[in-house]
Design a protein around this ligand. Sequence first.
Ligand code: FES
Ligand code: MG
Length: 575
Amino acid sequence: MKKTPETLRSARWFAPDDLRSSGHRSRTMQMGYAAEEWSGKPVIAILNTWSDANPCHAHFKHRVEDVKRGVLQAGGFPLELPALSLSESYVKPTTMLYRNMLAMEVEELLRSHPVDGAVLMGGCDKTTPGLVMGAVSAGLPMVYLPAGPMLRGNYRGKALGSGSDAWKFWDERRAGNLSTDEWVEVEAGIARSYGHCMTMGTASTMTAIAEALGLTLPGASSIPAADSNHIRMSSAVGRRIIDMVWEDLVPSKILTDAAVGNAVAVAMATGCSTNAIVHLVAMARRAGVDLTMDDLDRAGRTTPVLANIRPTGDTYLMEDFYYAGGLRALMAKLSPRLDLSVLTVSGQTLGETLEGAKCFNDDVIRSLDNPVFQEGSLAVVKGNLAPTGAVIKPAACDPRLHQHQGPALVFDSYPEMKAAIDDENLDVTPDHVLVLRGAGPQGGPGMPEWGMLPMPKVLLKKGYRDMLRLSDARMSGTSYGACVLHVSPESHVGGPLALLKTGDIVRLDLKARRIDMLVDDGEIERRRSEWRKPADKAGRGYGWMFAKHVRQADTGADFDFLETRFGPSAPEPDI
Ligand code: FES
Ligand code: MG
């Protein structure tokens, strides 16, 4: 059903001739607006995750004006509503602790305000899933506006990639190969414009997923933040959301099973961040699509990696990806694996939005018959250490570790691990398996990005750069190495990882998708009977609520009570 000025949601606040509505009109006039500026027009919430503490979104302070310009041009009334910024750079112990808080904030902002549609401004890692999860639950027409990647980094003429090169150069520094002055040059060159990380880390993966779900304008996710095309895209978003309100193009018409399938395929073809798994599952479940770890493993086995972008590729960055044709070019090449009939926010089908998409560099965006990797973006392993699953990125680890067994070296906390790892007398060999536990959704809390445990200094000095690592934490999307992550159930709730001891043999058999401890069942049961649940870290406040309600990683780490199946949403507010 098409909307009319009388059936707009915002009309419930503004139209009636009663005292309440009079108050709403009077307060809008208090801001300097005349009735003709809002009356009968779609009111658009612009959810802006700008903050002074978020360098990835620095341009959003101004870019929001371009969105407003588009809204006004198309006959709407824009209202900027700031939302939690989730700065990956500063927020500790992890922004993941607050992804669900942002999702809840978004849903309630939209529910409680007199708005008809929403523009979601995000990009830095968890802002994408947080905004999308909340807006899906709110159910109003919405468009996602991705922040865009920052420009390539630069160090002495060499391109630097966010995260990935920081880890690499830091290991060289720890091995004694880089002076302090040289390191400062790396610091100054690695993030030299606003925009999100420009590797295919969590941010670029998640904005690509948002586009593949049909939630952005065509091509929007690849435009660098500092490119003037980004400004024009922003005003186009402002214009488009007005049509979407009149068309009543709500997210449930876009986020179908098929759209989620497209997003999974695109994620794999980008060589996606391991974090994509947990966010994809959470977003899909909000849309009522039951995406499982097995579905994701199947997609990982059968989808070639086409984006030759670091850290999975070894040369290019997001700026190169944009110049090569961006995500539209990638999706055109992947189109035999996509359902092109799905609707997008543009009002066109995915197939229509890909018409005319061209690739200008076949090395940056590979074809299905010449991929970067035939498979292996992500794999899901299970076994007596991870009964409901764990995640590994085979393409980003030393192939000698794909089949591996060695003795565990177990750390119960991040500080304990950090104190030991640079100890020159640490009893560790390249065959050891480094284990960190107590870092899952409840135990972390919030699954901090501690899963790429640093290489022990003694091994770095001997020239080793990879070893098997295992944890219930996550790792940054720009990380790499043989890291088995998101072990579920986590140790804090009594998952078998809690029962592992230093010296036990751990075996990874990637081909069989197994991760096991070679400890006999009787001994495991004996240890289980002695195990006691550790106390939650927070005894009050948000952290307390988080630990009580967060679900395990394999089901998306959403709050149980925010999940769609938990119960019906509150009705529209009484006014
Ligand atoms: Fe914001 Fe990487 S720090 S995307
Ligand atoms: Mg990150």
